[in-house]
Design a protein around this ligand. Structure first.
Ligand code: AMP
Length: 299
């Protein structure tokens, strides 16, 4: 069965109202299209929790910093709809820019704190664009649940903060990053890599995982980060925009690994900017402590 495509907010609302009358719970999976297994994993996760799943497809001009990047962004709506059909997605909401931002549109949702630093430092206005469109998608769909990828970890934090601050009644779920067999995080931008770049690309992930392992074993943060940065450049990346250890819970910078964390990176491979992040957990407390408690109990 084909996935019905809806382009107008009014029609979306009518469909959702009917689902509400049927007592159905509703999930939304926001995307910019060019769907890959990462996106589809979110759709599958949504199906586990909701009766109806809306996938949105909108290449949001407000979150692009460069007109060239926006123009080059892959647009593959027909293929996207074909990928969603076997999953049983109930609706593909694909508005055009004038439906989303009609003449006179003048509102920006701006999230302080978690939007700053990392991608926010290198892509001015990007997270304002994200927060604005995601707020609109939440209000347009009226969904109960929304699914986002941890691949865009800072974005996930921005969306959570925005949702809490604006009291939007929707529950946000973050889903793990889906990777190619060689470790490269799936991204719609990967299609832009040349063959040689594609061969070099997975080194970013392997360097991150290795750095995470060393950090977990207690190696000093600043040393591991500078070694990993050098390794990324040696692997053929042209520039490392940032490589930072941040707290998993609130994205605060971490000079030492004293709580669950993420190592986050953005780097340029030729003309393509790739981002990735991995979880870093402080080494488990030595078992001596437990042993001691056990011994005390025995005594
Ligand atoms: P995008 O179309 O790139 O805006 O991404 C739409 C959603 O898919 C976002 O929530 C992303 O975090 C998520 N996503 C993108 N790539 C991946 C991936 N490799 N694994 C899991 N989720 C992803």
């Amino acid at each position: 069965m084909n996935v019905p495509i809806v382009r107008a907010v009014a029609q979306l609302r009518m469909t959702v109202a009917q689902w509400r009358r049927e007592g159905a719970s509703i999930a939304v999976v926001p995307t910019m299209g060019a769907l890959h297994e990462g996106h589809l994993s979110l759709v599958r996760a949504a199906f586990e929790k909701a009766d109806r799943v809306i996938v949105t497809l909108f290449v949001n001009p407000k979150q692009f910093n460069s007109a060239a990047d926006l123009a080059a962004y892959p647009r593959t709506e027909e293929e996207d709809a074909a990928k969603l059909a076997p999953l049983g997605a109930h609706l593909l909401y694909a508005p055009d820019a004038t439906e989303m931002y009609p003449n006179g549109f003048a509102t920006t949702v701006s999230v302080a704190g978690v939007s700053e630093g990392l991608c926010g430092a290198f892509r001015p206005g990007h997270f304002d664009g994200v927060a604005t469109v995601v707020a609109k998608l939440f209000l347009q769909t009226g969904a109960d649940l929304a699914f986002f990828g941890e691949k865009d970890f800072q974005q996930l934090h921005v969306v959570r903060r925005m949702t809490r601050d604006l009291d939007i009644p929707i529950s946000i779920t973050g889903c793990p990053t889906v990777r190619e067999a060689d470790g490269l995080a799936l991204s719609s931008r990967n299609v832009r890599l040349t063959q040689a770049e594609r061969r070099a690309a997975p080194k970013l992930a392997s360097i991150l995982f290795e750095a995470a392992r060393q950090l977990s074993e207690g190696a000093p943060v600043s040393q591991i980060i500078s070694e990993a940065r050098a390794a990324i450049l040696a692997a053929g990346y042209a520039q490392v925009e940032y490589l930072e250890l941040r707290a998993e819970e609130n994205l605060e910078p971490l000079p030492a690994l004293d709580q669950p964390a993420r190592l986050l990176v953005a780097a340029w491979l030729g003309g393509t900017r790739l981002i990735d992040n991995v979880k870093v957990l402080p080494e488990q407390a030595p078992t001596a402590g437990c042993g001691m408690r056990a011994q005390l109990r025995r005594d």
